[in-house]
Design a protein around this ligand. Sequence first.
Ligand SMILES: NC(=O)c1ccc[n+]([C@@H]2O[C@H](COP(=O)([O-])OP(=O)(O)OC[C@H]3O[C@@H](n4cnc5c(N)ncnc54)[C@H](OP(=O)(O)O)[C@@H]3O)[C@@H](O)[C@H]2O)c1
Length: 360
Amino acid sequence: MADPAPAQQPADALELRQRPGQDPGRLPAGPAVTGRLSLGVLGCSAIARRRTIPALDSLGNVRLAAVASRSAEKAERFAATFGAEPCGYAELIERPDVDAVYLSLPNRLHHEWARRALLAGKHVLCEKPLTGDPATTKDLIDLAAERGLVLRENFAFLHHPQHARVRELMAAGRLGAVRTLSVAFTIPPLPSDDIRYDAALGGGSLLDLGVYPLRLAWLLFGDGLSVAGAALRVDERLGVDVAGQAMLVSRGGVFVDLRFGFQHSYRCRYEVWGSTASLSLDRAFTPPPDHRPAVVVEEQDHDERFFLPPAHQFRLSVSSFADAALRGAVASEEQGWLTGALETARLVEDVRTAAAGHLA
Ligand SMILES: NC(=O)c1ccc[n+]([C@@H]2O[C@H](COP(=O)([O-])OP(=O)(O)OC[C@H]3O[C@@H](n4cnc5c(N)ncnc54)[C@H](OP(=O)(O)O)[C@@H]3O)[C@@H](O)[C@H]2O)c1
């Protein structure tokens, strides 16, 4: 039997810590933030420059305060381009004019710097994957809950309305009983000095790309996904996985197959296949802001296209984070985002375990 489509962010696995006498619906009070959220950018990364900082431009609820780099010269260049104060990492998280930190460091540094920022009392928007590991993900979730701070993983695709449309079609029975989800996120090889090829920095295609299909499977089918098998292709010289495939089964018996890696031509697409029709969506995880998505439903003698308006998913993600921080985190709202991060990290670990005997 197929799973029913879960709520927007399934939220039943995470237990947020509460203090005695605390209203169970609310986290402890975080720092008082009013007006616009003042954001500090930790790491002058490509994604910050290309997507995240430009997305702030038209947002009324957040403003860029400072940017931090390991290199003073790079911080100054970035700061001059975007109209912010330059500084170093440690200084940024202590700055009184910074309410929240956007962190886009190499994956292996996410836990350390997100932890330090939370301890300094800052809300944190961390690039995906939050850590990619269940224990350190849980550590950050607990710390944010204790401190009453908003912690989000910047999986921007979750904010794009195209997936909500898919879920509506599934819930309305447009596909009949859902049997299979098939997802691919692949890109051609990267420049040899890319952080994704550096094992010490948390490189590898599972953490960079494989996490998207895993998170999508969780978005569509909720908790209880199990990994039935996986294989990873590991570059022996680099010590990182450069491609992989995995098969999962949802609690309701839907089969999920996923492919990812840095070795194939570009593909970013999924298909949900039911007993009476199938649905496909292209540019699924990284649609440009001006892209007009089309959800395509195919039946034996009939095709239908549902066109949707373009959406700027980075803008939506940052704005949603800023809203949550500005109004004061409500545990029940944040729980779904964090359960998703934890479940994704658990699935990453299970894929690694399943693939251990199948390294190519
Ligand atoms: N949400 C999305 O769609 C999306 C897209 C792409 C990437 N990401 C995520 O964003 C993060 C950064 O990816 P990116 O492609 O933007 O990487 P990148 O351009 O290489 O940026 C990483 C930044 O981390 C800092 N850093 C600190 N220690 C470093 C070290 N030892 N080596 C290299 N850099 C170091 C550097 O900033 P300073 O030199 O200024 O210190 C560097 O600019 C990753 O977690 C990735 O998964 C998310």
